[in-house]
Design a protein around this ligand. Structure first.
Ligand SMILES: *[C@@H]1O[C@H](CO)[C@@H](O)[C@H](O)[C@H]1NC(C)=O
Ligand SMILES: *[C@@H]1O[C@H](CO)[C@@H](O)[C@H](O)[C@H]1NC(C)=O
Ligand SMILES: *[C@@H]1O[C@H](CO)[C@@H](O)[C@H](O)[C@H]1NC(C)=O
Ligand SMILES: *[C@@H]1O[C@H](CO)[C@@H](O)[C@H](O)[C@H]1NC(C)=O
Ligand SMILES: [Ca+2]
Ligand SMILES: [Ca+2]
Length: 659
């Protein structure tokens, strides 16, 4: 699937020290960086031989790659961690060993933490006071349990857990976690890995929920993913994310996590000069039977012009995690949709847009999108983060570095861990849930609540299966109470199939305001072993370029007349040579729809800030349907809050089957 190749202008590019990488169809040219890591494949001998080869060639053996018997990670300590020239001598040295089949020096690329505005924490002394509300309530009636609310000092500021209208929010606009806690689900027995810059695992609010055994430091290859000190507390990101999930309850420290009896593991992997495919892959494939959920609040740079995704080994790690992790039920990968704002589109981020990740956007405490929010048709649902920077307490309260607390964690970075916490509650309610079950549960129980687009561009709509969605928020805000109820009563899904519905391969030009419209008629593989009658994900692989890539806009309309904007305008993307090559645009908007019929793709160049007449060239569109042959929800049950939604989609499915 993933293709890395040197682009067409190779000779010119190399002349200027540039190399063009084409990943998953992405093609971008920049000066190539290489690292001191090598991927080494052996023809025989396994780990024993690998250690021997490393030693003889002057390398340090690190680990097998994703548990492989033939592929290994080596580093060379005398080679700089980032440089512009490949170390041909070292590669040659490795290759001279008769067992070595392949030795590839790893390129380095940029992966950025998501986070709106890094702010230092508030000293613990300020926050250690008792929750004033609770203290007030308990004053006279010491022996009576008046409330089931946690007593942690910051709980009152955790409006995303319980929104009483504090900090200018809307009462009731929250994750409804108390309903899940009341049913007895607090995350016991579930581990979430925070793939980030480390975790302050000595923090009083985290240390008892820290899973040391499942933790690892991929940035410095040891078992202690403690954040590296910097004066700006730059490496506070992972600690803040960890607290949102698993900060302890009623211990008089900071606030409380969504799944306060669950465990967090630290996978430190963002703290080295450049990311490599090996580090990403090893982190995403780390102990997949011990780690249930992987939470990522980072990705390709959110600059509105990057088009990038997982490379070969990382792709392999995700596919393996989903198919084999959690003893075959599949790991849950939760992804922050992105902080690139309105000028970026998370469908250009191959991690967020993947079918195998659940990508989460954020809403503010009064139901709007935040200024940094990035939207796309692959977003499945939303949780909460900060919006108005004037209201300090509208941020996310959580643990901070060095035993401190903060009330200002922010960005979609803060949103993804909230979702991970809710998925931990659902997994405690039903450990049998697969990675697909988790996505279905998210679709069925997320709510519109009071979420809206302040710019009035993206409205709530019903898809052909009766499910309400919004381009910004996916299926709405997660509802922990509804989710654990449904998780507890969940019946296994029918098998998933993949149907290639058709392709249009034809060179066609299009200009500004001159769209091209293409159609594919499909019977959704009826009568074959790939028949799909009820959609899950939908992928459109598109090859297209333009004299200004950021002005290409693509809409896809389903046979049930649901339109997904699979690519929005990205005014800063001035790439003009390569465009998209078989890029897998994904939409979740057509979930549960019947896919047979006519699909329509509309490709256009919209007027851009370059004010020029853009010329586009379309080459290919391939439509791939993923879903079930049999109806998925006939035997499912929902709580009162989600019953109507479930009833509606079941009825639609019955009608579809009668046709
Ligand atoms: C990635 O995988 C593809 C397909 O398996 C292969 O052709 C390509 O050479 C690989 N790239 C690297 C850098 O290993
Ligand atoms: C909390 O942070 C402050 C800096 O803002 C630091 O001086 C202090 O030592 C930290 N608190 C603890 C308990 O480590
Ligand atoms: C999980 O699956 C096992 C084996 O199929 C079954 O015995 C158990 O009841 C299931 N648990 C739940 C919560 O559905
Ligand atoms: C499809 O939906 C659009 C609005 O999105 C509407 O204008 C149009 O009439 C619909 N077409 C059909 C055939 O229902
Ligand atoms: Ca606490
Ligand atoms: Ca982005």
């Amino acid at each position: 699937m993933v293709k890395i190749s040197v682009c067409a202008h190779r000779n010119v590019a190399v002349l200027f020290g540039l190399v063009c990488l084409s990943i998953f169809g992405l093609t971008s040219c920049s000066q190539e960086v290489v690292t001191n890591s090598w991927l080494v494949e052996l023809s025989q001998g396994g780990e024993v031989a690998a250690r021997e080869v490393a030693k003889r060639s002057g390398f340090t053996y690190v680990s097998p790659v994703l548990g492989s018997d033939t592929e290994f990670h080596f580093v060379h300590n005398a080679v700089s961690k980032s440089r512009f020239r490949r170390s041909v001598v070292h590669t040659r040295k490795l290759k001279s060993h008769p067992f070595v089949k392949r030795a590839v020096q790893q390129t380095g690329f940029v992966r950025s933490k998501r986070g709106y505005r890094p702010l230092a924490g508030v000293p613990l002394s300020d926050l250690r006071l008792k929750n004033p509300d609770i203290a007030e309530l308990l004053k006279d009636e010491k022996d009576v349990v008046i409330t089931k609310d946690p007593t942690d000092p910051l709980f009152g500021k955790e409006w995303f857990l319980k929104n009483r209208g504090q900090s200018g929010g809307i009462p009731g606009l929250d994750l409804n976690v108390e309903a899940a806690w009341e049913m007895g689900f607090t995350g016991k027995g579930v581990t979430t890995a925070i793939m980030d810059d480390g975790i302050d695992y000595l923090h009083e609010d985290l240390k008892n929920n820290y899973n040391a055994e499942a933790s690892y430091d991929f940035s410095s290859n040891d078992h202690f993913p403690y954040p590296r000190y910097t004066d700006t507390w730059f490496n506070s990101h992972g600690t803040r994310c960890a607290g949102e999930i698993a900060a302890a309850r009623d211990n008089n420290v900071c606030g409380v996590g969504v799944a306060y009896d669950s465990k967090v593991a630290g996978l430190r992997m963002l703290d080295q000069p450049f990311m490599t495919d090996l580090i990403e892959a090893n982190a995403m494939g780390h102990m997949p039977n011990h780690i249930d959920i992987y939470s990522a609040s980072w990705g390709p740079t959110d600059d509105g012009k990057t088009v990038d995704g997982p490379r070969n080994l990382t792709m392999r790690a995700i596919v393996k995690g989903v198919n084999e992790g959690r003893n075959g039920k599949g790991n849950i990968y939760v992804w922050a949709s992105g902080d690139g704002g309105q000028e970026d589109d998370c469908n250009c981020d191959g991690y967020a847009a993947s079918m195998w990740t659940i990508s989460i956007n954020s809403a503010t405490n009064d139901g709007q999108t935040a200024g940094y929010d990035e939207s796309c048709s692959s977003t499945l649902a939303s949780t909460f983060s900060n919006g108005k920077s004037t209201l300090r307490d509208a941020g996310v309260a959580t643990t901070d570095l060095y035993n401190n607390c903060t009330t200002t964690h922010s960005g979609t970075s803060a949103a993804a861990p909230e979702a991970a916490g809710i998925f931990a509650l659902a997994l405690e309610a039903n450990t049998n849930l697969t990675w697909r079950d988790m996505q279905h549960l998210t679709v069925l129980t997320s709510k519109r609540n009071r979420l809206f687009d302040p710019y009035l561009k993206h409205f709530w709509q019903y898809n052909g299966a009766g499910l309400e969605f919004n381009h910004l928020f996916g299926y709405g805000v997660l509802d922990a109470g509804a989710m654990v109820y449904m998780a507890k009563h969940w019946k296994p899904l029918p098998e998933r199939f993949h149907c290639t519905a058709g392709s249009v391969v034809q060179k066609m030009s299009f200009g500004t305001n001159e769209p091209i419209t293409l159609t594919i008629d499909t019977d959704a593989c009826k009568g074959t072993k790939n028949e799909v009658n009820f959609l899950e994900h939908l992928q459109a692989f598109v090859t297209v370029r333009s004299s200004y890539r950021g002005n290409i806009v693509i809409h896809l309309t389903s046979p049930m007349n649901t339109t997904s904007m699979i690519l929005s305008q990205r005014p800063n993307d001035d790439e003009h040579k390569n465009g998209f090559t078989r890029w897998p645009f994904m939409t979740t908007h057509t979930w549960a729809e019947a896919p047979s019929g006519t699909w329509t793709l509309r490709v256009e160049n919209v007027p851009g800030k370059n004010n020029a007449y853009d010329e586009g060239v379309f080459r290919e569109w391939t439509l791939v349907l993923h879903g079930t042959r049999d109806p998925p929800y006939n035997h499912q049950e929902a709580d009162e809050q989600s019953q109507v939604k479930l009833f509606k989609v079941k009825r639609m499915h019955e009608a579809a089957q009668k046709e």
